[in-house]
Design a protein around this ligand. Sequence first.
Ligand SMILES: [Zn+2]
Length: 120
Amino acid sequence: MTESEKVYCDKCGEEMVALDAEQEIGMTCPHCGWGWVTSFSEAYESDVTDYSIVISANTASMNNVKIISEYAKVNYVQAKKLIDMPEAVIFVGKASEIIGVKEELLKNNINFKILPDFPY
Ligand SMILES: [Zn+2]
């Protein structure tokens, strides 16, 4: 950290330290323990969990087939097979990738779940 980026504790005036040197997810006071996490939406960027998107009970409409083929990176025939399965993993990725896929699936009314539980 450079001199200009120094932050001092509101409670005791001690110099604050970053919670994580790589990712600026928050600051904490080494003296009194006061601190904060930058924000919820930025916290997921440091989440290293691999999440799986599992689809189930969807109809193999053209729109669904197109979307599933895109995220599962398979052709339309294979995408239709995935949709017809009781459950199928179509995407595995980090939280920052999962968020975009989740939004797209919700928008298109596709039934899915995320494993393990996705907290964002
Ligand atoms: Zn303090």
